[in-house]
Design a protein around this ligand. Structure first.
Ligand SMILES: [Zn+2]
Length: 62
């Protein structure tokens, strides 16, 4: 029986970034790499990524 784990779900969510260029979703194992600009979008090669956080969306709207 499969049950969703809130902690795991959150962790997955935390590690998902979105390309600002083409909106491709990119899963990152280590967020440090994002800050160092070492993660590139697979689709367009851009390093302009933003974290996909629901909370950030709220902040943006406010
Ligand atoms: Zn991209």
């Amino acid at each position: 029986m499969k049950k969703s784990n809130p902690i795991a779900d959150r962790r997955i969510f935390d590690n998902v970034y979105v390309c600002r260029n083409c909106n491709a979703k990119i899963r990152v194992s280590n967020p440090k790499l994002i800050r160092e600009g070492k993660v590139k979008c697979r689709r367009c090669g851009s390093t302009a990524l933003r974290p996909k956080h629901r909370e950030l969306r709220v902040l943006k709207a406010a």
